[in-house]
Design a binder for this molecule. Structure first.
Ligand SMILES: NC(=O)c1ccc[n+]([C@@H]2O[C@H](COP(=O)([O-])OP(=O)(O)OC[C@H]3O[C@@H](n4cnc5c(N)ncnc54)[C@H](OP(=O)(O)O)[C@@H]3O)[C@@H](O)[C@H]2O)c1
Length: 301
């Protein structure tokens, strides 16, 4: 009887109150479509510690309080700092929380982001993530290819095979890829299944429109980075005018538009502020009327 009760509790985990509901990346990984990107928790230019560690911890605790079950991070944020703060704030982690990380770069002394994609560098990065997050296995690891914000042509076989090998060793549970082209996604899928693609996409940057639809058909999540424009806030007169007409902010409209754009889109807006985090969760819940959607869809990509 107790076993039955336990099974019922596990299988009937409460539905989220967050807008967009949940998305199942894999049988053992379901996340809220409204997630959180942790990159902004490091110091200026994502380098070094933040000025106020307690404030960063407060943001992470509010993420959990709001019911978000998807945190996106990397050990190269800081480096190490962001993961260490996540561990300090949230470990031992709630069962329903899934931390998605990425590998493929390191930080040089000037704060640059050189590639780190040899099998040895990737293995080191996976171990760094495990140690700094305090985990025995990583739920999802994205292989970051390409440049700063766009794919670069070429094979991804060697680094992706290295991650697939670590998946076989159960250091990684599921794989994803980042800053990649359709050809590179197909190449990765010929090596091992992927559960998500993380590329640069937002209301004003729509290169991946076709890719999003094709991934949706395959049941693969698309996780746009820079959903609010990243280091340069989104600039669009149409966005400003729709937001003003709806008596809300451009950030809210941008997030709500993404959530309504396709059911396989997961949001990971980044912020270092509890207030902005709450605003973003509330903003994503905005229901955009058809005329606003039509105007927003017309913003050039
Ligand atoms: N795969 C990759 O290569 C890659 C690359 C970049 C990022 N990422 C991931 O994607 C996540 C999101 O990207 P991102 O953080 O760079 O860009 P973003 O979410 O587009 O924008 C973050 C910026 O917007 C500000 N902001 C957030 N909410 C706001 C609000 N309600 N009002 C006003 N300003 C607001 C933040 O400042 P405040 O801190 O002041 O709120 C921050 O400057 C990152 O956290 C990271 O996990 C992945």
């Amino acid at each position: 009887m107790r076993l039955l009760a336990t099974m019922l509790v596990v299988s009937l985990s409460p539905p989220t109150q967050l807008s967009g509901g949940t998305y199942t990346l894999a049988d053992d990984v379901t996340v809220t479509r409204v997630g959180y990107g942790a990159m902004q928790l490091a110091g200026p230019n994502v380098f070094g510690p933040p000025a106020d560690v307690d404030a960063a911890i407060a943001v992470l605790r509010e993420v959990i309080e709001l019911g978000i079950t998807h945190i996106d991070t990397s050990d190269f944020y800081g480096p190490h700092t962001t993961n260490q703060i996540i561990k300090q704030a949230l470990h031992p982690y709630p069962d329903e929380l899934h931390i998605v990380t990425k590998v493929g770069a390191f930080r040089d002394v000037k704060g640059g982001w050189p590639h780190a994609r040899t099998p040895e560098q990737l293995r080191q990065a996976v171990h760094d993530n495990l140690i700094h997050l305090g985990l025995e296995a990583l739920d999802v690891v994205n292989l970051r290819m390409g440049g700063f914000d766009s794919p670069t042509p070429g094979s991804i076989a060697e680094p992706f095979e290295a991650l697939a090998q670590m998946q076989q060793e159960e250091l990684i549970t599921h794989l994803g890829i980042s800053t990649v082209s359709e050809e590179q996604i197909a190449e990765a899928q010929s090596i091992a299944p992927i559960v998500c693609v993380q590329n640069f996409y937002n209301l004003a940057h729509r290169v991946d429109d076709g890719l999003i639809d094709s991934l949706a058909e395959q049941g693969i999540a698309y996780v746009p980075y820079f959903p609010l424009g990243g280091f340069t806030p989104l600039q669009s007169d149409t966005l400003e005018s729709v937001a003003s007409r709806l008596d809300t902010t451009p950030m809210s409209v941008a997030l709500a538009w993404l959530l309504q754009r396709s059911p396989n889109i997961l949001l990971i807006p980044g912020t270092s502020s509890v207030g902005h985090l709450r605003d973003n969760v509330a903003g994503a819940a905005l229901v955009l009327p058809d005329d606003a959607l039509a105007e927003l869809n017309g913003i050039a990509g």
